[in-house]
Design a binder for this molecule. Structure first.
Ligand code: PLP
Length: 410
């Protein structure tokens, strides 16, 4: 979907409220804009009045003319256009059935046998598995680098290095790479930079504007926001978008109109939810930093925490996701702590309205850097990740307080 100058100059809240609501998508016959949201268009087949119309329909590669269900319909187009309007520098956005499908779809569009691919050591584990698995089988070599060391990244670039996958912060370990610096090196050396921008979304990190070529999100997290939909997105500027779309069409990706409507509903409230969960997370991170059971709070939004300086310099916002490490933790104590929580659900994913907790054990998912990192005592390596939702922060703190007591056997 193309950027449209109607709303790109407006403030974020205004864009979130208006994006993607084209009159031709929200209208009914003879009544333009007759409803607020684009209706759920459940459709595979477009019926044509005659053969000539069918033939001219097949020639249309325009993304806003209904041709066949796999190319989407107004519900999906409205979501894609809204996401494009929120990503400064984007020429278009593609929707995938999950965040992992978005990462795989973008990489498959770019790399070919014989290519070299670089990935930051803090990437989401399934991204690493893709590099090590499917892409290796296709004759693409994936190498990992320290996400905090631009020099080591620059040294690994070869003539056949095609792309680099970045992520900030790491979604378990929360280190914050200096993305504009990595992206600048990549651009100078002719390497395409992709970022998994699920944590910040364009509201907290306008990735294309900061020098990345491709911005990927798991919409399952913040955009969906209600733990009831799986989806991913890839946004890119005019230079790469057509190439990404060609591969997207060849792979046959399409998202359901029902899911697109859910994601679009979530998107409307993205800013208020992010602001609320960021403020609550910061309050809870501060409280945790003062607890004797806590060795380190891995929350880049917290002044003094690792990565805070880079985050404050390069990001414009945060979210509710962060981790902390137990002082002298052991597995059994950590399990007692997690099991004692009643407001935090134990489960994967994050970015929903409800708080979640999972243990953090990233050691097996690193190869260029060690976990725990230098500066963290081996006894302090066990942690948990919290996704702070929209509950009252005081209630969440009381829940964590009870869990610390239970951990200590009280
Ligand atoms: C969850 C997640 C993904 C994958 O998204 P799915 O929609 O679950 O496939 C990708 N990157 C990050 C950082 C994630 O947290």
């Amino acid at each position: 979907m193309k950027n449209d100058d109607r709303t790109t100059d407006s403030g974020t809240g205004t864009r979130l409220a208006t994006a993607g609501r084209r009159p031709e998508w929200t209208g009914t016959a003879g009544h333009p804009s007759s409803v607020v949201n684009p209706p759920v268009w459940r459709a595979s087949t477009h019926l044509y009045p005659d053969v000539a119309a069918l033939k001219s329909g097949a020639q249309a590669s325009d993304e806003t003319r209904f041709y066949y269900g796999r190319r989407g319909a107004p519900t999906q187009w409205a979501l894609a256009e809204a996401l494009t309007e929120l990503e400064p520098g984007a020429a278009g956005t593609l929707l995938y059935p999950s965040g992992v499908a978005a990462i795989a779809g973008a990489l498959l569009a770019l790399v070919k046998p014989g290519d070299h691919l670089l990935m930051a050591d803090n990437v989401y584990e399934p991204s690493r598995t893709l590099g090590r698995g499917l892409l290796t089988g296709f004759g693409i070599e994936t190498e990992f680098f320290d996400p905090l060391d631009c020099e080591s990244f620059a040294r690994l670039i070869r003539p056949n290095t095609r792309a680099v996958l970045l992520e900030a912060p790491g979604s378990l370990t929360m280190e914050v790479p200096d993305i504009p610096a990595f992206a600048a090196i990549a651009r100078e050396r002719g390497v395409i930079s992709l970022i998994d921008n699920t944590w910040a979304s364009p509201l907290g990190f306008p990735a294309l504007e900061r020098g990345c070529d491709i911005a990927i999100m798991s919409l399952t997290k913040h955009v969906g926001g209600h733990s009831d939909v799986m989806m991913g997105s890839v946004a890119a500027g005019a230079a790469l978008y057509p190439k990404l779309r060609r591969t997207y069409l060849q792979l046959g990706h399409v998202v359901s109109p029902d899911d697109a409507a859910l994601a679009l509903r979530g998107l409307r409230t993205l800013q208020v939810r992010l602001e609320r969960s960021t403020a609550s997370a910061l309050q809870i991170a501060r409280w945790l930093a003062g607890r004797p059971e806590v060795a380190q709070v891995l929350c880049p939004m917290l002044p003094g925490a690792q990565g805070h300086e880079t985050w404050a310099r390069t990001f414009t916002g945060g979210c509710g996701l962060f981790s902390f490490l137990f002082r002298d933790g052991d597995e059994a104590a950590r399990a007692r702590f997690i099991d004692a929580l009643s407001l935090f659900g134990i489960g994967y994913s994050w970015g929903g309205f409800e708080s979640l907790v999972v243990p953090v054990d990233p050691a097996g998912a690193r190869s260029a850097t060690a976990w725990p990192p230098p500066g963290v005592a081996p006894a302090d390596r066990l942690g948990v990740r919290l996704s702070i939702g929209l509950e009252e922060p005081a209630d969440l703190i009381a829940d964590l307080d009870r869990a610390f007591a239970r951990m200590a056997g009280q």
